[in-house]
Design a protein around this ligand. Sequence first.
Ligand code: NAD
Length: 518
Amino acid sequence: MATTASQIRALTAAAFRTPEKFTEFCRNGGKPLGGVIDGEQVAGSMNATFQTIDPGSLEALATICEMGEAEVARAVSAAERAFHGGGGKGWRNTDVEERIRLVNRLVELCDRDKAVLLACEIRDGGKVSELAEGDFTQIRECAEYFSGVARRIPMGDSSSMRVADGVRGFTYREPWGVVAGIIPWNYPIVLTSWFMFPALLSGNTILIKPAEDTPLSALYIAKLAEEAGFPPGVINVLPGRGEITGQCIAEHPGIRFISFTGSPGVGQAIFRTCDRHGTRMKREMGGNGSAIVLGDANPEVVARMVGRYTNQHYGQTCCTIHRVFVDRKIADDFIDAQRAFFDGLKIGYQADAGTQLGAVINPTQRRRILQAQQETVARGGQALLAGGEASVAGKDGFYLKPALYRTEPNNNCNPLEVFHTYATICPVSSPEEALQLANSSPYGLGASVWTKDIERGIAIAKQFRDGTGQVNCHNSIAYGLPYGGQGISGGPGGGVNCEETFLDYTQVKAVYVADYPA
Ligand code: NAD
């Protein structure tokens, strides 16, 4: 049955009540929450702490200890011991079925404490429940997918080949050893899962560096991992600022591989640091997603679909649609419908029923978004909805109104990633013109084309200079298909969520064996 325009709505909050178990976890018996190293809570030798807040109410949820150079060194040593096994088998030699058993147990405990993890996403991350619930399902889906991959992909020796008379050769695949995941604030549970499961299941021991704005879910997962029976040192969590904890991780030569998700500038800087001491890296970074709307599309329906994806997590999603190129013939109707959709979004506190547009994550983001709104107009964008600050009765959060602009093909007024419910709409005369404009960005994460003509849509989707091309959908992910970026949005590496991801967490050596000289 065809979707009607009125059925398409933004992701919406149900009322959320914070569970006592979450509050207790945050309270931590009156002490700041430490990092988790070698199975122990660690206060941190710098004596530095920071607060993590609810962005919609500014309530301080927990005080967290920041991990410095000494803690990173301690975590690397613990993870190395756990990898090799101090007298025992070590994680590297633990049978894959035993790794899967522990991962499954962790997933079961996450299911048991779903309300706590939802509180992490909703209260600490500022999400509406409809999105947080979807994110939560990723824990199980990701674990199950990579368990299957771990069973399929052979580690160790390949079959050997004859190289010359008396000489044979084969490859040897093994985990890197100690690997680190540096995670951004916008999808903490999802991105921790996307890093943690393939890294662990391929035999690595791990350091997780959560973002300073959303450290709670990774710390809670570490607590559950201990309960699940993971050996100490296999999973370590190091909260702290990027320029302190993150930088110390990037500088530590004992970390063999880093998986970074975050902004291109930070990813480029970490890459340079890692390259100095030979740590390998994969990077999943920001985007400035585009949508092309062909002339055969229903402008009301597609404008609402595009609006829904633009507003996913209030535009704080890496592949969000921020640039729309629409056939001139339907542009006015499309613009009216998208303006009406944005205008109708219910701004509110993320844990209150009905909210569709909550607070942005922190004051720096708010300042950046307001500045970007001004710059869009200064560059010649015509404001259809001017954005600006919003207020929510009884809440002091970082609230902003949606922003929408009309522009023309010769005016690129939207060159940067603006992490909010923000979009520019540009009428175009042909799909070719739209494609050329969509591909003119240095970012290349996700793009979509909207049309009733599926074959034509597929042909256009293949021409996007993006890691993900989509027809009549956006923000798509599926296990088994790579999710990665082109241009400054990603690489090197095979993207996430596919078999190549698992291989990224392993290294391959060639081994040659000649007969002993007679
Ligand atoms: P960010 O780059 O500021 O921070 C990401 C992580 O890097 C955080 O943990 C931070 O503490 C750490 N960090 C910061 N400076 C560091 C340094 N000098 N050394 C080491 N670590 C450092 O990004 P953010 O603001 O947290 O997240 C938003 C960005 O992430 C956006 O650009 C978004 O598009 C991108 N993102 C991409 C994907 C993807 O899959 N491609 C997914 C989610 C978010």
